[in-house]
Ligand binder design. Structure first.
Ligand SMILES: [Zn+2]
Length: 285
C-alpha cells in the first residue's frame, strides 16, 4: 500500500477502524464477549454495549492494540513509517507522539513479524548456502569464528529464494546440523565453506559442496556470495542502531530476515498480515 492508497484509510478514525477490522487486527463483535448474547449494539463512537448483561467494551477489546492509547489513524501511519525504516525518534516527531509510544508500536510490529506463522514455518530447498556470522560487541574483537562477546548467527539461504537466520548459542556441528535438518528439505544441495561443523551434512541426506575461499571464483557455482550478501545487508542496517540491546537482538534479526525475504513485495501489506496473524496467536493464548 503506497501513501496515496493509505490516505483513504487515514481520513477518519472510522475508516482506520474499518480497515483494521477487515484485516483481522481489530475483532469483529457478533456477540457479547462476556455473556455471548447477540443483543449488542454500538453506544458511542468506539464503545459497544450488551443489552443482556449491560457490560460495555471498546472497539480494541481483545486485539493487540488494546491498551495502546494511540489514535488508529496514527497506528496506520506508523506502519508506513516502520516500512520506510524511519527511526523511532523521527517517527515520534512525524506522528506527534512520545518516543516511548512509538517504540512500543515498532516493538509490536517486530513481535508480530517474529511471531507470525508465515515467517517461522517455511522450509528451503534446491541450491542452499549456509554460513555463520558474528554480530554485536562494541570493540573490534578477534575476527572470525568465536569472536569474544559477539552473538553467533547461523544463516541459510536458498538461491533465488528466501533466507532464514537465527541467533545461536554456539556454532558446534550439533547446533548447525539440527537447524539444517529443521529448515532445509532433504536432498538439497548445500554449499558451505570448510568449517568443520558442517561435517555430517551428507549423513543426514543432504548433498554437500565445500568452497575454498581462496579459489571461489574459479569454481563456477561453488560460492556462498548470496548469504554473504545478506550478512552485509544486515550489518549495514544494524549499524544505524548503534548496537542493539542483546535481549532484543533476535527480534531485530527476524525483522532483517523479513525485510530481505519481502524485498520484492509490498512491505506495508506484509507487515499488516503479520500483525493480523499475531493477533490470532495472542488471542488464543
Ligand atoms: Zn453480555
Amino acid at each position: 500500500m503506497n501513501l496515496i492508497e493509505l490516505q483513504q484509510y487515514t481520513i477518519s478514525e472510522d475508516k482506520s477502524e474499518e480497515y483494521l477490522r477487515r484485516q483481522g487486527i481489530l475483532k469483529q463483535f457478533d456477540c457479547c464477549p462476556y455473556c455471548e448474547s447477540k443483543r449488542i449494539g454500538r453506544i458511542r463512537r468506539y464503545k459497544f454495549k450488551c443489552y443482556n448483561c449491560r457490560k460495555e467494551w471498546g472497539s480494541r477489546k481483545g486485539s493487540v492494540l488494546e491498551g495502546l492509547r494511540v489514535p488508529l489513524i496514527r497506528v496506520l501511519i506508523s506502519i508506513k513509517l516502520f516500512e520506510l525504516d524511519t527511526s523511532v525518534r523521527e517517527a515520534a516527531r512525524q506522528l506527534d507522539l512520545s518516543y516511548n509510544t512509538v517504540y512500543d508500536l515498532f516493538d509490536l510490529f517486530r513481535q508480530s513479524i517474529a511471531g507470525s506463522d508465515v515467517n517461522t514455518s517455511f522450509t528451503l530447498s534446491g541450491e542452499i548456502e549456509m554460513d555463520e556470522s558474528y554480530f554485536g560487541g562494541r570493540r573490534k574483537g578477534n575476527r572470525g569464528r568465536g569472536a569474544a562477546g559477539k552473538i553467533p548467527v547461523f544463516g541459510i539461504l536458498e538461491r533465488g529464494g528466501k533466507v532464514r537466520v537465527e541467533a545461536v548459542q554456539n556454532v558446534t556441528g550439533e547446533t548447525l546440523l539440527d537447524m539444517a535438518i529443521k529448515k532445509v528439505k532433504r536432498g538439497s544441495l548445500i554449499y558451505t565453506d570448510k568449517f568443520r561443523s558442517y561435517n555430517g551434512l551428507i549423513s543426514y541426506g543432504f548433498r554437500h559442496m565445500r568452497i575454498d575461499h581462496g579459489k571461489r571464483f574459479v569454481n563456477g557455482k561453488v560460492y556462498i556470495n548470496g548469504i554473504e550478501g545478506f550478512w552485509s545487508f544486515a550489518k549495514e542496517r544494524l549499524m544505524k542502531y548503534h548496537g542493539v540491546d542483546p535481549k532484543k537482538f533476535p527480534l531485530y534479526l527476524k525483522e532483517l530476515e523479513f525485510r530481505y525475504n519481502h524485498r520484492h513485495h509490498d512491505l506495508y501489506d506484509a507487515v499488516v498480515k503479520c500483525i493480523s496473524e499475531y493477533s490470532l496467536v495472542v488471542s488464543i493464548q
